[in-house]
Design a protein around this ligand. Structure first.
Ligand SMILES: C[S@@+](CC[C@H](N)C(=O)[O-])C[C@H]1O[C@@H](n2cnc3c(N)ncnc32)[C@H](O)[C@@H]1O
Length: 333
């Protein structure tokens, strides 16, 4: 179900590959003039204009405590290979995740090659699928849908788990004509039932999503990559994370928000992975044995109201914490 200003509208989330094929006009992409015309037309909508203006201003804001080079060096020296970790945790599940990844890549090639628009690239979808199948979360919140690699990964894993719900927040790519049509275009029709999709931007969407749920078990951040965008979303979400919740943040090389966050909050249970020339940050432990949904519920009961950030449990109770990466306290100069 797609939510737009609290109205349910059909179209974007229901756009099938067959419908999207009608959009084909060759693969040359949009001209600069056409993109500008689309941007100006989107700006006539006041809600969109506000979000657009903020996005432009955010390009001027601070990048965090580290320079780009320092942040890159820190990520480079702290990252690990997710596949190696996944094989150590559950080799069969990693094979299944890779198989899912191959199928999604083929689907993306078939669907996206029929469009003459360039949609944003995807998150680390085999990892997201693996994490969801492994942790069996009840509630997943993601920001940033675009074509929907991550949404397809979460929704397919939820279906195979037989439990869980995905709440997604996005904002249309306003350089495109009628951009709502493209949101989640990779998500299979049969997986859309029960998908809670909001398209008014994180600032408006996240409070609505949070008003509908109790706790978040997995939070995937892949939308506004600015420092303040990340900070705002984290300030809303972290106090609602469940006890063993996992936070996955994409493109942490863009600024040093992730480094600053784990440093300022004394978080030791974190990892960094690389995928397609970018870095992904994970807060929480995949190595800790996963409890059943029922056990997790009872743990949540005991800690209800507590924030995982600054909560000693967040960083101290993993029996396998030695196998997690320990952050170097100082970045490389
Ligand atoms: C990198 S793409 C997301 C990719 C997606 N997670 C996937 O795996 O396919 C980023 C998306 O975030 C959206 N976005 C950018 N700023 C946003 C904001 N303030 N609120 C919500 N979505 C935003 C963009 O329009 C775009 O659709």
């Amino acid at each position: 179900m797609l939510h737009d200003s609290d109205e349910t509208i059909q179209g974007a989330a229901g756009t099938t590959p067959a419908v999207s094929a009608k959009l084909v006009k060759g693969r040359a992409g949009l001209s600069a003039a056409r993109k500008l015309a689309n941007i100006l037309s989107a700006a006539l909508n006041t809600t969109q204009a506000r979000v657009m203006l903020k996005k432009i201003l955010k390009r001027l804001e601070k990048r965090g405590s580290l320079s780009r080079e320092q942040n890159h060096a820190w990520l480079q020296s702290n990252h690990q290979d997710f596949a190696t970790l996944a094989v150590a945790i559950d080799p069969d599940l990693w094979s299944e995740s890779q198989q899912f990844g191959q199928e999604l890549r083929s689907r993306a090639t078939a669907v996206l090659s029929r469009l003459d628009v360039n949609l944003s690239g995807g998150g680390y979808y085999p990892m997201l699928y693996f994490v969801t199948r492994w942790a069996k979360p009840d509630c997943i919140v993601e920001t940033g849908v675009a074509a929907g690699y991550s949404s397809q990964a979460f929704l397919m894993a939820i279906r195979r788990n037989g439990t869980g719900r995905l709440h997604s927040s996005d904002f249309p790519l306003f350089r495109l004509p009628d951009p709502r049509r493209f949101i989640g275009i990779l998500v299979e029709e049969t997986l859309r039932e029960g998908w809670d999709l909001h398209v008014n931007g994180d600032e408006a969407n996240l409070p609505v999503i949070l008003s509908r749920i109790q706790q978040v078990d997995v939070f995937h951040y892949d939308s506004d990559k600015s420092y303040s965008g990340r900070a705002h979303a984290m300030s809303l979400i972290t106090e609602r994370m469940s006890h063993q919740g996992l936070i996955i943040m994409d493109d942490v090389q863009d600024n040093s928000f992730f480094f600053d966050y784990i440093t300022n909050n004394n978080i030791s249970e974190f990892s960094i992975f690389d995928f397609e020339n970018k870095y992904i940050g994970l807060i929480g432990s995949l190595v800790r044995p996963q409890s059943s949904t029922l056990e997790r519920r009872s743990v949540r009961g005991e800690v209800s109201g507590g924030s995982p950030y600054g909560d000693p449990d967040w960083s101290s109770d993993s029996p396998n914490s030695d196998s997690m990466i320990t952050p170097s306290s100082k970045p490389h100069e």
